[in-house]
Design a protein around this ligand. Sequence first.
Ligand code: ZN
Length: 270
Amino acid sequence: MNDLSRLAIHTMTTKPWDLQTTAEKYAAAGVPAVTIWRQWLEGQKLTEIRRLMDDHGLRVSAHCRGGFFPAIDAADRQAAIDDNLRCIEEAAEIGAPMVVLVCGAVPGQSLFDSRQQIADGLAACIDQAAAANIKLAIEPLHPMYANDRSAINTLAQANDLCDQLASPWVGIAADVYHLWWDDQLEHEIVRAGDRIVGFHVCDWLTPTNDLLLDRGLMGAGCIDIPKIRSWIEQSGFDGWIEVEIFSKTHWERDQDQYLEEIKDAYLNHV
Ligand code: ZN
C-alpha cells in the first residue's frame, strides 16, 4: 500500500508558487519533502530557506540543478565548474543531500567532445562534493535533448560515466520520463545498484505538444511507473520519489486542486 511518506515534489512542478507558499501548501497537504530548484533561491538567504523548511517540517530531497559542463571555450567550461561548486555549497546550506545534474550539450559541438567535457567537469567537482557531503546525481536525459541539454542520454551512459569517475560521490538520478523507452533499462538499473540516489516520476503524454513543457501526471500517459519503481527498489533504492512535472497546462490551473491530483496520482499510479 502506497502512502505519502516517500513523496517529494519539485518546486518546478508547482511553478506558480514561491518558496514560502510552497512550504505552507506542501506541509498542509502532508507532502514531506521538496526538491528545490535554483531559481527559488534567488534573492533569499540560504539560512532562511533552511529555517523555512524546518519550520514546516519539510525535508529537502535534492537541489536542482547543476551541470551544463560543455562549452566551446575553455573559459566558459571553467565558469560552469565554478558555478557547480557554488551549487554544491548551496545544497549543503539548504540541507539537500544531492545536486541533480543536467550534464549539458552545445549545439555545434560533437557529442563526443561534450561527453569528455562532462567527465572533466564532474571530476573537477568531486573533491568539493566530498567535502560538503553532497552527492552529484547524473540525470540522463531523453535523446530528444541530446543536442542542447545533455549528451548523457541513457542509463548505460550514466553508468559508464560512473565507472570512469569511480567516486562514491557520483551517482545517478533516474527519471522515468527520460528512460522509460529503453529496452536495456532493467539491466542497467541492476548494473547501477546503489548508484541510483534519485528517482523522478511523471508521465509521457501522446501526443506530446511541447518537448519540454508537456509532461503528464502519473497515470495520464504510457509509462509503466510501478514496474520501473519495482526494478529500482529491487536494486536497493529506498529514497524519495520525486514528482517532477513541467507542464504549461497544469501551471495555468488552480495549484491547490492540482496538488491534490498529484497526491492522488502518486498514490494510485506510482
Ligand atoms: Zn528529472
